[in-house]
Design a binder for this molecule. Structure first.
Ligand SMILES: [Zn+2]
Length: 105
C-alpha cells in the first residue's frame, strides 16, 4: 500500500502543516507547491502524479530548510550545500515517514 502524503513535517523546531493547494495559490501559474514560512504551511497539489508529488514535497521542504538557516541568495555554494545537507538529514531523522514517502517507488 502506498504511503500517504505526510500531514505534518518537523523542520528544525518548526512543525509545518502539509495542505492542498488553494485556488489563490494556483493562480500563480504552473506551480505544484508553495512553502509558506510565515504560517508554517507547505501546500502541495495532491492531484499531481506521485513522482511530481514527491519532487514537489522535497522541493518545498528544502525551501523550509533554506528559511530555517536564514540562507540568502548571496550565500556561497558551500554554505548553502552544508546547510541543506544538515537540515535535510535532521528532517529525515525527525520525520521517518517523510523519508519513506519520498523514497517510495
Ligand atoms: Zn521553489
Amino acid at each position: 500500500m502506498a504511503t500517504a502524503v505526510p500531514k505534518k513535517i518537523k523542520i528544525g523546531h518548526y512543525i509545518f502543516d502539509v495542505c492542498n493547494m488553494t485556488k489563490d495559490l494556483r493562480k500563480h501559474g504552473e506551480v505544484f507547491g508553495v512553502c509558506d514560512q510565515t504560517k508554517q504551511k507547505i501546500h502541495i497539489d495532491v492531484t499531481a502524479t506521485p513522482a511530481v508529488l514527491r519532487d514537489t514535497l522535497l522541493h518545498e521542504i528544502m525551501h523550509g530548510v533554506y528559511w530555517m538557516f536564514n540562507l540568502e541568495d548571496e550565500n556561497k555554494e558551500e554554505k548553502i550545500v552544508s546547510s541543506l545537507a544538515t537540515g535535510l538529514l535532521a528532517v529525515f531523522r525527525d520525520n521517518p515517514e517523510v523519508a519513506k514517502f519520498l523514497m517510495e517507488k
